[in-house]
Design a protein around this ligand. Structure first.
Ligand SMILES: [Zn+2]
Length: 413
C-alpha cells in the first residue's frame, strides 16, 4: 500500500502504524459494557483525486483494511459495532466506488465492504479525534491506481492481516480435529499417487509409479512418526484406486494440516531428470472457491463456523481469505521442500511450478504435489527403486515438514 503522508504528526503516526499492521495497538480497546459502539453515519464524497469515506463513530475504534481483487473490494474490519446509519448512507455509486455493504461479520468483528469499479488504493486511513460537534471519525481515502499495484497491495494487506490477527476468520487448521482429546500431534496427509487400475507412469524397467510412490509414502510416514509429534495419514495404504476428490476428503476427515501428493513423472525426453514441487495455480482455485460457496455443509468447515446466513458476498470474502491463506501456506511449504531437498537430490530446472492439479484443490489444507523424479530417466528411476535412496528422500521431506511447522509456530508468536 502506498500511503500519502501528511505533515501532521498524529496522522503520520497512525498511518505508519497502519502500514506496519500494528494500528490495532494504537487505539484503546473499548470496554465491553454490553452495548456495542455505534457507527451513526457513513458519508461518501467524490473529491478531485479520490473518494473519501467518513464513518462517524461513538468511540475511538481500531480497524484493519485489506483489499481483494476480482472483483475489486476494499474491506474494513472493525470491532463489533452497531450500524445505525441514516438512509442517506445507503449504498450507491460514487466515482470509482460502486457501492458498499456492512454488517456483523462474525462475533466480535463488524465489516464494511466497498466495491470498486476500478483498482483503488488506500491513500490514507486514520481516525480523527472529536472536534466541535463531531465525534470520532474514521477517514478512508481511496485513490485510483492500476491493477498491478492493486494486486501487490492486496497480497501485502492480506499477509499483514494474517500475521497480526488470531486466525478466527481463517480456516481452522484442523477442520475435523483428531478424535482423541489431548492429541496434539500434527496431522500430515501423504497421498501416494495413482494405484489399482491406474499405474501412473511406467518406468524404463516397467516399474510402476504407483508402487514407487507408495513405498516413498510409507517411508515418509515411518520417518515422521519416528520423530514424534506427527500423526500421518496415507490416502491409500495398498494398491488401490482412489478418486482425486476422495484423496482430499481423506485428508480433511483426518484433520490434516498439510497434504503432500507424491508422484514420479515420465516424459519423452529421457535426459530430463530431477525433483519438482507443484502448487495449485491461482486461476484454477477461484472456480473451486465459487462451487464451495454454494455448498452449505462445506462452507462452515472452511471458516470453522456456520456462515450460511451471511450475505453471499461476505461468504465470498471468507472463502477468498481462507483460500488465499491456504495458497500462501502451500507456496511456503513448496518453497521449503525445494530449499531443503536442493542440496540432497537432483532438482529439475525451475523446480517450483504450479498447475491445476485437482488433488491440490482442498481450500483449507495447504497442499503440494511432489514429482520425485522421472521414471523415463534411467538415473532417476534407479534412485527411486533404491530403498536407501527412498529413505533419503523421506528424510529430506520430513525435514521440510519439520521446518514448515517451525516457521508457522514462530509466525504465530
Ligand atoms: Zn503421477
Amino acid at each position: 500500500m502506498r500511503v500519502v503522508l501528511t505533515p501532521r504528526s498524529t496522522i503520520c503516526v497512525l498511518v505508519v502504524l497502519m502500514t506496519m499492521g500494528l494500528f490495532g495497538l494504537a487505539h484503546p480497546v473499548f470496554a465491553q459494557t454490553g452495548k456495542d459502539p455505534v457507527i451513526s453515519n457513513l458519508r461518501v464524497g467524490q473529491h478531485p483525486d479520490k473518494v473519501r469515506l467518513v464513518l462517524d463513530m461513538s468511540n475511538d475504534l481500531s480497524f484493519t483494511i485489506f483489499q481483494l481483487p476480482d472483483p475489486y473490494r476494499i474491506v474494513l474490519d472493525l470491532p463489533q459495532v452497531s450500524f445505525e446509519l441514516p438512509k442517506t448512507a445507503r449504498t450507491r455509486s460514487v466515482g470509482s466506488v460502486a457501492g458498499w455493504r456492512y454488517g456483523l461479520f462474525e462475533p466480535g468483528t463488524s465489516r464494511l465492504v466497498i466495491d470498486a469499479k476500478a483498482p483503488l488504493k488506500v491513500a490514507a486511513a486514520f481516525v480523527l479525534p472529536p472536534s466541535g460537534e463531531q465525534g470520532h471519525r474514521l477517514v478512508l481515502d481511496l485513490a485510483p491506481t492500476d491493477r498491478d499495484e492493486f494486486i501487490v497491495a492486496s497480497a501485502a494487506s492480506i499477509e499483514r492481516r494474517m500475521a497480526n490477527r488470531t486466525p478466527r476468520v481463517t480456516p481452522t487448521p484442523s477442520p475435523n480435529p483428531p478424535a482423541v482429546p489431548g492429541d496434539n500431534r500434527r496431522v500430515v496427509a501423504i497421498d501416494p499417487g495413482h494405484g489399482g487400475v491406474d499405474p501412473g507412469a511406467i518406468g524404463l524397467s516397467k516399474v510402476y509409479e504407483k508402487d514407487l510412490v507408495l513405498k516413498v509414502a510409507k517411508a515418509l510416514k515411518a520417518e515422521l512418526e519416528s520423530r514424534g509429534g506427527y500423526k500421518v495419514v496415507l490416502t491409500r495404504e495398498s494398491d488401490v484406486y482412489i478418486q482425486l476428490r476422495e484423496r482430499i476428503a481423506i485428508a480433511r476427515r483426518a484433520g490434516a494440516e498439510m497434504f503432500i501428493s507424491l508422484h514420479a513423472d515420465s516424459i519423452d525426453d529421457t535426459s530430463l531428470r530431477g525433483l519438482s514441487v507443484y502448487t495449485l495455480s491461482e486461476n484454477a482455485s477461484d472456480e473451486e472457491a465459487a462451487s464451495l460457496a454454494t455448498s452449505e455443509n462445506k462452507s462452515d468447515i472452511i471458516a470453522g463456523m456456520d456462515f450460511s446466513t451471511e450475505e453471499p458476498v461476505v461468504t465470498d470474502i471468507l472463502i477468498d481469505l481462507a483460500q488465499r491463506r491456504t495458497m500462501n501456506l502451500s507456496t511456503r511449504l513448496a518453497n521449503t521442500v525445494v530449499e531443503e531437498m536442493g542440496p540432497r537430490v537432483r532438482l529439475l530446472n525451475r523446480p517450483r511450478r504450479s498447475a491445476g492439479f485437482a488433488v491440490l484443490k482442498a481450500p483449507d489444507v495447504p497442499s503440494i504435489l511432489v514429482e520425485l523424479g522421472f521414471l523415463s530417466n534411467s538415473q532417476d528411476e534407479k534412485t527411486l527403486r533404491d530403498a536407501t535412496k527412498r529413505e533419503q528422500l523421506a528424510t529430506g521431506l520430513a525435514d521440510s515438514i519439520d521446518r514448515f511447522f517451525l516457521g508457522m509456530q514462530s509466525a504465530r508468536r
